[in-house]
Structures are given as structure tokens and as C-alpha cells.
Write a protein that binds this ligand. Structure first.
Ligand code: HEM
Length: 490
């Protein structure tokens, strides 16, 4: 082959490459005409370079909103992502068109491999709906759940009592208490924190929390799995299999000891042949195992974050803390235990919990939704398989709705002592994918805060500055670690 022939071959290859690139770029632009605005995306990797440096996706979206407006389009690898930041559009879409957006992108490579379309969070369709309805009941049952919460609260309160004027290791003790509640409700265990089973289970869950499985690059650029890099997929699969084996063992133990006259927990509820809402036979032990893992993965993490935020804002606002304590004194007294039945008579406590959930927005963007057909959204057309996020935190801080949203003011939820409902308030989201643990979360927050405030006043340790409202994102938004002391009330 002559030198000229070689040059021609190179030139032709480079020419073809350039034409393909132009086609991809132009095609990208042409196809995106009906999509909302967003930053210019590169072929194959999309907006990954713009997103890489930013630790917190929810904050990056707030930044991009300043440039592109209230509905954003991003391309992450090969996947279209829409973020809705306008509170009216969030509300209208979730309330009126929730069904069209009720799917999860469980077809993404890693999610599909690990979750295998089981459980609740990464599932949709008829099996998911049946499981979700079935699971709601044991999470909301008032009396059994109340006793479990009060049991854990007693241990927590003892630790605070013992800590005297030393800082309480809040994150650790709260996380242990709420994990204990959810283990109790789901499979009946009342664990001691040193028990090998508890350490094994929390160790596995911690591994899951270390890295966001959704954000793994293989989900958005499946071709990266052919590159010579170590993938986290294998580790996730290993942890998932161990967790499922752990849960299946619990189900087997329940089968061996099942007694129709004594329904102990969620697993017994599933095994109960007489239950009117008996789950149909198409739901397997594997579905129930994965559902319990979903509850244990999300519940303790978000609840710990929410209660940490509550204590942080109470430390920062001694006046609010005092007002709740006075309300509790009047309604519950100083010696009785605050119960769920007291909640209706404690409007300021209820308003404070709402304000904490608004200002902190522990799950700032909900979890990713998707659409399984082309869907109209305002003036845009969202193509099938686009991932859609509802930016709940943006709604909770919208200046056009809330007066001085950055201020912690529980009384924005009260009018003349009566509770006010706000349209722009959805910490648990709304519609078919709304949080399944809302009732439980409300009960835990109410019982923890009222009983703890009845006994203690939370303060920063002597000489320490007030805790900052800066946040870190684990799998929920929580405050950066802060020191607090629990001073017993006179
Ligand atoms: C203050 C505490 C909590 C907050 C603020 C919260 C908030 C949320 C939000 C915003 C979503 C996403 C909904 C969406 O994708 O549109 C969600 C989903 C979910 N939450 Fe919660 N949550 C809390 C506590 C809990 C607890 C205690 C549990 C379990 C015991 C739980 C279990 C779940 C599950 C399984 C989902 C997925 C539901 C689905 O995919 O349909 N959450 N939560």
C-alpha cells in the first residue's frame, strides 16, 4: 500500500468520525426541541462533566435553575433527566398526573441487576401496588407500633440521663433506636446493640449507604463496564445477597413458630392465612425479604436525619423549645408519658414538626421517577424512559409562596392556634409514590420529641457555638455533626 493510500484511509476515517459526531450532536439538539432547557450536553457522556464536581445534586439543580429556569433538562450519559423545581407544577403533576409518573427507572443496569424488580422502592406495576398496600398497614397500626416506639425511647432517654452534661452521641443513639423500631415492626427483633445479628445487619446496611447505587456510572453509561476499572456492582450484589439470605432466615424462623392467635410483626402478617387483606400467592418470600430491606435501608436513615434536624433547630431556637415544653406541661403534665392520643391537643408541637420537615427537607428531591410513554409536561413533551425528579426542597423554599422561607418559624403552620394546611408542603411527596413510612415517621417524631422535651432541654455545650444548618447528603439530607447536651428539666 502506498503512502498516499494510507493518508486517504486516515482522512476517510477521520471524516466519517467527524460526520458521526456532527450527526450525534445535531440529532441531540433536534430531538431535544420539545424538552425543557438545560446545559449543552456532550455525546456519550452528556452533562457528566458539569455534574462531576458537585457533591450535592439537589444544590447543583438550584444553581442551574438560575440559568435555565424552573424545569431543567440534563443528559446524564445516555439518559434524559428532567428536574421540576416549580412548586405549582410539582403539585399539579403529582396530584393530578401522578399515575403517569408512578414508575421507577428500575431498568437502569445496576438497579436491575441488584434489585431484580423486587420490593417497593425500585419496583412498579401490579406486584408493587399489592406489596405497597399490604405493607402500609403494619407500619401504621397505632397501638403495637406505639409500644415499640416507647420501648426504644426509654433506652434513649436512659442514655441521655446518664450522659449528664457531656455531649450526647446523638447520631449513633438515634440511629440505633430507629433501626430497632423498624426491626421490631418488620421481624420482631428487640436487639441489644452488641448482638452479633444486629451488628451483622447494620454492617451490611452501612455498606449499602456508603455509595449511592443509583448514581453509579454503569446506570447511565452501561458501556463503562467494559472499561478496565473496578466496578462497585460486585460489592453491591454481594451485600444484597447476604441481606436477602438474612431476611429469608427470619421468614423461615417465623414459619416454624407461627401462631395465628399471636401476630407478632410484618412477617406474621404476611404468613397469616386468615387475614382479610391476605396478600395473594404471587407475592413471594423474596418480595417480602426485599420489602423489609427497603424499609430498613430508607426508614432509619431518613428518620435519624429528621430527628437530628429537629434537635438542631430546637437548640438554635430556645424560645420554640420553651413554648413546646409549656404546651406539654399543660396537656400531658410532667409525670405522664406523651402518647399519640395527645397529638390532637398539641398544635404547636405539630406545627414545629411540620416546620422542621419544611426547612430541612430530609429527602430533598424524592426518589427518581420515570415515564413509560411520552408524556406532556407543561409546554414540553417528556420522552418515554426519561428520569423525572420533583425538587421538593425548592418548593419548600420558594419565595413566591413562603414568607422568609430561610427562617425557622413553626407559627407559619398556625393561625390563631389552629393548624393551617399549605399547598406547597410535601416532605413525604404525594401521589402513588408518596412515602410509605409517613404515618410511622410522624408517630416516631412526635413521640420522640414530646417525651424527650418533657424530660430534657437541649443546648449547645458550654462555650460551643450554635450548630450550623449546613448539611451533608448521605441518602438523605442531614446536618453536619454537632455537639448537644441534654439538661434534665427541673
Ligand atoms: C421524616 C421521615 C421521612 C421522610 C421526610 C420521607 C420522605 C420520603 C419521600 C420524599 C419519598 C419519595 C417519594 C417519591 O419518590 O415521590 C419517600 C419514599 C419512601 N419512603 Fe419515606 N420518608 C421518611 C420516613 C420513612 C420511613 C420511616 C420509612 C420506612 C419505614 C420510609 C420508607 C419509604 C419507602 C419504602 C419509600 C419508597 C416508596 C415508593 O417507592 O413508592 N420513609 N419517603
Amino acid at each position: 500500500m502506498s503512502y498516499l493510500d494510507t493518508v486517504d484511509a486516515y482522512t476517510i476515517c477521520i471524516g466519517i468520525l467527524i460526520i458521526v459526531l456532527i450527526l450525534i450532536i445535531c440529532g441531540n439538539g433536534w430531538m431535544n426541541r420539545s424538552l425543557p432547557p438545560g446545559p449543552w450536553a456532550l455525546p456519550l457522556i452528556g452533562n457528566v462533566p458539569q455534574l462531576l464536581g458537585s457533591k450535592n445534586f439537589h444544590l447543583k439543580c438550584l444553581e442551574l435553575r438560575q440559568i435555565y429556569g424552573d424545569v431543567l433538562h440534563l443528559k446524564v450519559g445516555g439518559v434524559d433527566v428532567i428536574v421540576i423545581l416549580d412548586y405549582k407544577l410539582i403539585q399539579d403533576t403529582l396530584k393530578n398526573e401522578g399515575e403517569k409518573f408512578a414508575f421507577r427507572p428500575n431498568w437502569l443496569h445496576v438497579l436491575n441487576k441488584v434489585y431484580r424488580k423486587k420490593g417497593i422502592t425500585w419496583n412498579h406495576g401490579a406486584n408493587f401496588e399489592r406489596l405497597k398496600n399490604f405493607t402500609k398497614c403494619p407500619l401504621s397500626q397505632a397501638t403495637g407500633v406505639e409500644n415499640r416506639i416507647l420501648d426504644e425511647l426509654q433506652s434513649l432517654s436512659n442514655i441521655m440521663d446518664l450522659s449528664r452534661d457531656k455531649p450526647v452521641p446523638l447520631q449513633k443513639v438515634l440511629s440505633k433506636a430507629v433501626t430497632g423500631i423498624i426491626c421490631g415492626i418488620t421481624f420482631g427483633a428487640r436487639y441489644d446493640e452488641k448482638e452479633p445479628d444486629f451488628l451483622y445487619l447494620t454492617g451490611l446496611l452501612e455498606k449499602f449507604h456508603k455509595q449511592s447505587i443509583f448514581q453509579l456510572s454503569e446506570n447511565f453509561m452501561p458501556w463503562v463496564r467494559f472499561l478496565p476499572f473496578q466496578s462497585a456492582l460486585k460489592d453491591f450484589l454481594d451485600v444484597e445477597n447476604k441481606l436477602r439470605t438474612f431476611m429469608k432466615k427470619r421468614i423461615q424462623d417465623h414459619k416454624d413458630t407461627f401462631n395465628e392467635g399471636d401476630i407478632r410483626d410484618f412477617i406474621d402478617h404476611y404468613l397469616n392465612p386468615n387475614k382479610k387483606d391476605r396478600i395473594e400467592s404471587c407475592v413471594s418470600d423474596d418480595d417480602i425479604s426485599r420489602t423489609i430491606i427497603d424499609l430498613l435501608y430508607i426508614g432509619p436513615d431518613v428518620l435519624t436525619s429528621a430527628i437530628l434536624w429537629a434537635i438542631l433547630y430546637l437548640v438554635r431556637s430556645p424560645g420554640v423549645q420553651k413554648k413546646i415544653q409549656n404546651e406539654l406541661k399543660e396537656v400531658v403534665g410532667t409525670d405522664s408519658v406523651a402518647k399519640i392520643s395527645h397529638r390532637a391537643k398539641l398544635p404547636f408541637m405539630r406545627a414545629t414538626i411540620k416546620e422542621i420537615l419544611r426547612i430541612a427537607s430530609p429527602v430533598p428531591m424524592g426518589y427518581p421517577h420515570t415515564v413509560t410513554e411520552n408524556v406532556k409536561l407543561a409546554e414540553y413533551t417528556i420522552p418515554k424512559n426519561t428520569i423525572v425528579f420533583f425538587h421538593l426542597q425548592a418548593a419548600h423554599n420558594d419565595h413566591t409562596y413562603w414568607k422568609r422561607p430561610q427562617e425557622f418559624r413553626p407559627d407559619r403552620f398556625l393561625d390563631d392556634g389552629e393548624e393551617i394546611k399549605h399547598d406547597c408542603f410535601f416532605p413525604f411527596s404525594v401521589g402513588p409514590r408518596a412515602c410509605i413510612g409517613e404515618d410511622l415517621a410522624q408517630n416516631v417524631m412526635f413521640l420522640f420529641l414530646s417525651n424527650l422535651l418533657q424530660k430534657f432541654t437541649f443546648k449547645s455545650p458550654e462555650g460551643a457555638s450554635v450548630p450550623s444548618t449546613e448539611s451533608v447528603y448521605t441518602n438523605s439530607l442531614r446536618p453536619v455533626e454537632f455537639d448537644v447536651v441534654a439538661i434534665p428539666n427541673e
